[in-house]
Ligand binder design. Structure first.
Ligand code: NAD
Ligand code: UDP
Ligand code: UDP
Length: 314
């Protein structure tokens, strides 16, 4: 099986590559433009005979021969996807179109990593896949959430019109080792702040909720979806729901009981609550997350300490 992973030098992509490489029958090709990803995340595979890394931007045509495409390329953190919003929407729309064109030419199955952001600021809670969402089409997040919505539309149109085998995962907030340290996402922020001994910055009101999935569970869900018979969309996430204040308290207790928790300003259009309904994933994929937040946070700590150069004893 020859497998293309776009965005494979990123956080989730590199963990997915690690898992796919465990199977000796797989050959893995990563295409990445290194905007938010890094070769470091793949360093153990560089030079391996079953692995290939291509510097490539998915908004350009890609001519290769593969059996499966995991299409992850897209910055996921708000500060990175808002940095060049026009580029973000090109990545989502033209990038997905190109990967579908590739899938069509070579007859590959393609999986898109969509997002819980397609539900916007949801009026249904928890969110089932049947919910159409409440998204601002002209806001500062729209390049990402509307971009992913169009990407989903393209996937289904290529499926209906050209018979392409598609899989759509709607990923909820995911955390784990190799997250960008300064990407502004809440788990990476809090862990880096706790390790540096800085106050944890909870954005107001602090009662907004998220559900956090550990990256190994996420990768397991993505592979099951790809290998199964359902197109999706299927929510992949951990239904354990926490307010940002609760998350800060957990990080404080587990990583550095001495740090303070500060309330700071929020950004526009911040969804107030988010929790996946994973009934479909359980029934159709036999998947549910195994790692609880309190077990996953310490698993990130060592990787962050190493990269920040702050050993545990401090
Ligand atoms: P990430 O930023 O770590 O990885 C994205 C990768 O895509 C990076 O390696 C980046 O360099 C690459 N990339 C970006 N634009 C590209 C382009 N035009 N051409 C080629 N490569 C490009 O993000 P992640 O957290 O690993 O997210 C992976 C996927 O999962 C994304 O599609 C994201 O939208 C989706 N997702 C992630 C989360 C989460 O919580 N991490 C939640 C929902 C959805
Ligand atoms: N494409 C690609 N690799 C391929 C085949 C197509 O990158 O192997 C791109 C191509 O650039 C095109 C897009 O995918 O713009 C959509 O391809 P499709 O064949 O569906 O449409 P068309 O080329 O007819 O516009
Ligand atoms: N958040 C926070 N402190 C931070 C960064 C984020 O309280 O330092 C909050 C943010 O307001 C949001 C939640 O954490 O309600 C999740 O934000 P993140 O950017 O991690 O992900 P997303 O909004 O995409 O779910």
């Amino acid at each position: 099986m020859r497998i293309l992973v776009t965005g494979g030098a990123g956080f989730i992509g590199s963990h997915l590559v690690d898992k796919l490489m465990e199977n000796e029958k797989n050959e893995v090709i990563v295409a990445d433009n290194f905007f938010t990803g890094s070769k470091d995340n793949l360093k153990k595979w560089i030079g391996h005979p079953r692995f290939e890394l291509i510097r490539h931007d998915v908004t350009e045509q890609l001519l290769i021969e593969v059996d499966q495409i995991y299409h992850l390329a897209c910055p996921a953190s708000p500060i990175f996807y808002k940095y060049n919003p026009v580029k973000t929407i090109k990545t989502n729309v033209i990038g997905t179109l190109n990967m579908l064109g590739l899938a069509k030419r070579v007859g590959a199955r393609i999986l898109l990593t969509s997002t819980s952001e397609v539900y916007g600021d949801p009026l249904e809670h928890p969110q089932p896949e049947s919910y159409w969402g409440n998204v601002n089409p002209i806001g500062v997040r729209s390049c990402y959430d509307e971009g992913k919505r169009v990407a989903e539309t393209l996937m289904f149109d290529y499926h209906r019109q050209h018979g392409i085998e598609i899989r759509i995962a709607r990923i909820f907030n995911t955390y784990g080792p190799r997250m960008n340290i300064d990407d502004g996402r809440v788990v990476s922020n809090f862990i880096a702040q706790a390790i540096r001994g800085e106050p944890l910055t909870v954005q107001v009101p602090g009662t907004q909720t998220r559900s956090f999935c550990y990256v190994s569970d996420m990768v397991d869900g993505l592979i099951r979806l790809m290998e199964g018979e359902n197109t999706g969309p299927i929510n992949i996430g951990n239904p354990g729901e926490f307010t940002m204040i609760e998350l800060a308290e957990n990080v404080k207790e587990l990583i550095n009981p001495k740090v303070e928790i500060n309330m700071v300003e929020n950004t526009p259009d911040d969804p107030r609550q988010r929790k996946p309904d994973i009934t479909k994933a359980k029934e159709l994929l036999g998947w549910e997350p195994k790692v609880k937040l309190r077990d996953g946070l310490p698993l990130m700590e060592e990787d962050f300490r190493q990269r920040l150069g702050v050993p545990k004893s401090n």
